[in-house]
Design a protein around this ligand. Structure first.
Ligand code: GTP
Ligand code: MG
Length: 676
């Protein structure tokens, strides 16, 4: 496929809440652009992007898919993202690959908590947004109310660029056209509002416009595109992906009006030099040194690891030897792919501004920066705001061989998904996985089982922490001097609480060499070991300063193992005197519900030890509530919320902080630990 100039490319994300119509819209865009001969369908299992077994089984997206279509000689790269809140990690990792986020909204759902979360992240990263209102074929009677909800949520920058007509059987443009009637009223009013906003960014254009001159496309494009970059205009388009209404128009709008790679806000990179950090601005130019970044990772039975990359600057060529970050040794990139869902074609090169994939390079990982010039060794991409995985599940493989295979699959999923974690919990002997939601974890389990591996799961274990709330001293003498080589080590230490989140500090205050420096690492190792295991209830101990202030050594029998043991038990001695506490994770909850459910939702939250600290009702009748509550009280929240709100409530949650657990909770956990 031809390498296009960066100005002829458009990279867009299809984001939004579950079932808002992203995948169906992607199929419609591909079909209308002549890329496919039949429009695929999610329910029939024929869509290009929901092609993985788990997606075919459930009829919704689980993995981000990269697709492309050509319209008017320009290539649109589409990233179709899954909408369930548990998969938001993929939207976050794909954001740096695109110039525009198309937020697809079904008016029947309104602007739920996932959409609000996506908007917040996009805004914080200066990623321009356009709103696609889907499902207009189902009638446009409710659209005026929806439009006011939209303005309330996104601000006055939200302005239609086209409008539905004939009760959603057509669309009519309102940027370059002022005539006609739409389902939302005369086109002229919308045209004037949009133009008033756009010309504000160009003084000369503004003057001529005020004198009555209608600007043409060439005059309007630069300020329009800038208005999108600055968030001054958030264009709204109307579509129905089932009937095809507005789809062709959307293809045109994307290529004619939305930012190309050189026009869009540059995605943030920085360069670290001589201890200083300054922004690094790339140029969307295929002849410059290469700068690319991995934004998504998948695997394939035949090709192994596939890394999706965005080329920001320069050209990625098959056969090139490239540097990964400042990793030193270059790696050879032999296979470049252009993706159409799971279908792929080999490419010889991917130019600046374009998206593609690299196969079979094991050294490449999610988020890696690739380049071909040692001068770019210190260029780093900005950190992405991934939420912490909070839902836990213990996985029990059936047989020894399942155990090995599970470890393999989990390692692969960890590579692909920054919001997934898997680790072996030494304290409980359990293999524990963590993800963003129950659905997120269920799909991981399904993926394991789809590979013929047998596993059982156990209820989630909450990630409690232990800490202490007072200063105390501890002492332990480890002595084994009967028969054979002896062991001796004696440690006196002090423990004291540190601020929440401070972690661990280890201080050596021993004077006079009563414990030689060489044994300090062994003592620290012993302390860390027992802190990892926990003492009170088997959870890791955090936020503690440990000061070693005295001890004794034996000229012959003192060795590392003896001090490790002494350190461990001296810590235990001190810890039990230092008023230990259990800390529980508290989450920040954003709930969107119809306003008449506020009472029920609040009541339910307080029965879960929750505190609602903000509640606001929008003109459209939705209530936006903010609450904090212990993560342990969140089980079954999703079905309960759906029940209380006739299916309309939605929520997102993120870890807020850790707080001391109430006495009853602590006692129950201590008892549970003793019984194990
Ligand atoms: N009538 C109508 N139905 C639509 C439209 N868009 C999507 N649908 C239907 O809505 C359902 C969900 O559509 P999807 O395209 O899978 O939604 P999605 O946004 O990709 O969903 P997730 O991948 O779970 O986030 C399917 O049954 C579609 O056929 C539309 O514009 N009009
Ligand atoms: Mg989808």
């Amino acid at each position: 496929m031809a390498t296009l100039s960066p100005a002829d490319l458009r990279n867009v994300l299809l984001a939004g809440s579950r079932s808002s119509g992203k995948t169906t819209l992607a199929e419609a865009l591909l079909f209308r652009a002549g890329e496919t001969s039949r429009q695929g369908d999610v329910l029939a299992g024929t869509s290009k992007s929901d092609a993985e077994p788990e997606e075919r089984a459930h009829h919704f997206s689980v993995y981000a898919s990269l697709l492309h279509a050509t319209q008017r000689g320009k290539r649109i790269n589409l990233l179709d993202l899954p909408g369930a809140p548990g998969f938001i990690g993929q939207a976050i990792s794909c954001m740096p690959a695109a110039e525009t986020m198309l937020l697809v909204l079904d008016p029947a759902t309104g602007i739920d908590s996932t959409s609000r979360w996506l908007l917040k992240i996009a805004r914080a990263r200066a990623l321009p947004v356009a709103v696609i209102v889907s499902h207009i074929g189902e009638g446009t009677g409710s659209l005026p109310a929806f439009m006011s909800e939209l303005t309330e949520a996104l601000g006055r920058a939200c302005l239609p660029i086209n409008l539905p007509t004939g009760n959603g059987t057509g669309v009519i443009g309102c940027l370059l056209n002022r005539d006609g009637e739409s389902d939302l009223g005369p086109v002229e009013g919308f045209h004037t509002k949009l133009l008033d906003s756009v010309v504000e960014l160009d003084d000369t254009l503004m003057e001529r416009y005020l004198e009555g001159e209608e600007p043409n496309y060439d005059a309007l494009h630069p300020p329009f595109e800038r208005a999108m970059d600055e968030g001054h205009v958030i264009p709204v388009c109307f579509t129905d992906a089932r009937t095809g209404v507005g789809v062709e128009a959307l293809l045109d709008i994307i290529v004619q009006h939305f930012p190309s790679p050189p026009e869009g806000n540059p995605r943030p990179f920085h360069i670290d030099e001589g201890g200083e950090r300054r922004p690094f601005v790339y140029e969307s130019d295929s002849d410059k040194p290469l700068l690319a970044r991995v934004f998504h990772v998948t695997s394939d039975a035949y090709l192994g690891k596939i890394c999706f990359v965005r080329v920001y600057q320069g050209t990625l060529r098959a056969g090139d030897k490239l540097f990964i970050g400042d990793g030193g040794k270059p790696v050879r990139v032999s296979h470049l792919l252009r993706m159409q869902g799971l279908e792929r074609t080999e490419e010889t090169e991917i130019g600046a501004g374009d998206l593609g994939a690299i196969a079979k390079v094991d050294e490449l990982h999610m988020g890696d920066v690739l380049h071909d010039d040692e001068a770019l060794n210190q260029v780093h991409a900005e950190e992405l705001p991934y939420p912490k995985p909070l839902h836990g599940l213990a996985v029990v493989p059936k047989t020894r061989s399942d155990e090995d295979k599970v470890a393999d699959v989990l390692a692969r999923i960890r590579e692909e998904d920054p919001t997934f974690d898997a680790h072996f919990d030494g304290a409980t002997g359990e293999l524990v996985i963590h993800g963003l939601s129950e659905l997120h974890l269920n799909l991981v389990i399904e993926r394991i089982r789809n590979r013929g591996i047998q596993v059982e799961t156990k209820p989630p274990k909450i990630a409690y922490l232990e800490t202490l709330s007072a200063k105390a001293e501890g002492h332990y003498r480890h002595k084994k001097q009967s028969g054979g080589a002896g062991q001796f080590g004696e440690v006196m230490l002090r423990v004291e609480p540190l601020e929440r989140g401070a972690g661990f500090e280890f201080v050596d205050k021993v004077v006079g060499g009563v414990i030689p420096k060489g044994f300090m690492p062994a003592i620290e190792k012993g302390v860390r070991e027992i802190m990892r295991q926990g003492i009170l209830a088997g959870y890791p101990i955090e936020d503690v300063r440990v000061t070693i202030y005295d001890g004794k050594t034996h000229a012959v029998d003192s060795k590392e193992i003896a001090f490790r043991t002494a350190g461990k038990f001296a810590f235990r001695d001190a810890y039990l005197k230092a008023k230990p506490l259990l800390l529980e994770p508290i989450v920040e909850l954003d709930v969107v519900t119809p306003h008449d459910s506020v009472g029920a939702v609040t009541g339910d939250l307080s029965s879960r030890r929750g505190r609602v600290y903000a509640s606001e009702v929008t003109n459209a009748g939705s209530a936006l509530m903010k609450a904090q509550l212990p993560l342990s009280e969140m089980s079954d929240y999703e079905p309960t919320l759906k029940n209380m709100t006739r299916g309309r409530g939605s929520f997102t949650m993120e870890l807020s902080h850790y707080d001391a657990a109430p006495k009853q909770v602590m006692e129950a956990l201590v008892a549970e630990h003793k019984a194990r």
